[in-house]
Design a binder for this molecule. Structure first.
Ligand code: NAD
Length: 349
């Protein structure tokens, strides 16, 4: 049985506990530690062992791996401490506050021989896997532009997420998921980023942002995270050179519209539309396009833990590697720099 413990029993620590407890034949949850005694008490009420101190948890020889589900500014010191205590580490996202921190942590992982990974669970989201499948299947031809966004209207919960020094803000929150997904999906270096980080309601952190990314293979992407939008745009809008896919939301409603194989035949003269006289923006003749539903797809986010265990046991390569995380953090550093300078930043990562 593969034994895991959790440090930080808040929202995400509770989620990890629930996921692991749902796989009793595969994982043993040894217990949790939280700096807040109320949370240890809450764990015990949930039937989970609460370690009285961090040292007590880290010195338990039964524990092979710890999950860090604490605010972002604690990721670095706790990762280093846990690996030095002989534990593998699954760190919550954002893996660190910046690339320099991650370089230090990777050095400790190499020095101690402990496995380190970041919980990029949204690589297992159905909407993302759908986009990946459509691109791999060639369903819309060669993609040239991808929009990926999440939008809410409730602002940011008024906790550490509003505090810059704690790693607050949406770029390090949802942004890191969406950027990781795109960099995993597109097998080409990022060559340019240009970002507007906005503080609409929460001074000091970005509560809404818009990011343009360019990849070496010519593909461009827009990443948007909003916490103050009342009319949502689609989760994904993907343009390929033979069609478009739209995925509206996390439940994967949406559609594919694409050109039929025959050549587009242009009308000989001007066309009058509701937009006035235009040939370019006139609708395509109906027979020249086809509309398809999105394919069915299954996914289990718990495969993240299974992969981590199997990689630790030498059975398979690690799915979310420190090197991938470092690429993402370097891009995030560049995104912050772009927003601060008000210019685009060229890079090759
Ligand atoms: P939270 O505020 O709900 O919980 C954090 C917990 O950590 C609290 O119980 C707090 O008492 C405890 N804590 C704080 N400092 C500690 C320390 N030094 N040692 C031990 N415990 C400490 O926050 P959350 O929403 O659970 O977020 C935790 C982490 O999980 C963050 O890094 C966040 O970005 C990440 N997260 C990831 C996802 C995801 O989908 N992967 C979703 C939400 C949050």
């Amino acid at each position: 049985m593969y034994t895991i413990a959790i440090i930080g029993y808040g929202g995400m620590g509770g989620w990890h506990a629930k996921q692991l407890l749902s796989l009793p034949e595969e994982f043993r949850l040894a217990g949790i530690y939280d700096i807040n005694p109320d949370r240890i008490e809450a764990a015990e009420k949930d039937g989970i062992h609460g370690y009285p101190t961090l040292d007590a948890l880290l010195s338990d020889p039964e524990i092979r791996t710890v999950i860090l589900a604490v605010p972002n500014n604690f990721h670095k010191p706790l990762s280093i401490q846990a690996m030095r205590a002989g534990k593998n580490v699954i760190c919550e996202k954002p893996v660190m506050m910046n690339a320099a921190e991650l370089e230090e942590v990777i050095a400790v992982s190499k020095e101690t021989g402990r496995q380190f990974s970041v919980h990029q669970n949204r690589r297992w989201d159905k909407d993302f896997l759908m986009v990946k499948k459509l691109i791999e299947d060639g369903s819309i031809g060669k993609p040239f532009y991808i929009e990926s966004r999440v939008q809410g209207s409730k602002g940011i919960p008024g906790d550490w997420r509003c505090v810059r020094e704690a790693g607050g803000g949406m770029l390090l929150d949802w942004g890191v998921h969406l950027i990781d997904q795109l960099m995993y999906l597109i097998d080409s270096p990022v060559t340019e980023v240009y970002a507007h980080l906005l503080s609409v309601k929460f001074p000091g952190v970005d509560d809404n942002f818009k990011l343009m990314m360019r990849f070496h293979n010519g593909l461009s992407a827009l990443v948007e995270v909003d916490t103050y939008t009342f009319i949502n745009l689609p989760r994904w809008h993907v343009s390929g050179d033979s069609g478009t896919a739209q995925i509206d939301d996390f439940s994967c409603t949406g559609r594919i519209v694409r050109a039929r194989t025959e050549e587009m035949r242009w009308e000989p003269g001007i066309v009058y539309t509701v937009a006035g006289p235009t040939r370019t923006m006139a609708p395509r003749p109906k027979e020249s396009i086809e509309e398809l539903p999105l394919p069915a797809l299954e996914s289990d986010a718990r495969d993240y833990y299974r992969n981590f265990r199997d990689a630790d046991e030498g059975k398979t390569p690690l799915a979310v590697t420190p090197d991938q995380a470092l690429r993402v953090m370097r891009v995030i550093d560049a995104v912050f720099a772009s927003a601060e300078k008000g210019t685009s930043i060229s890079l090759h990562i």
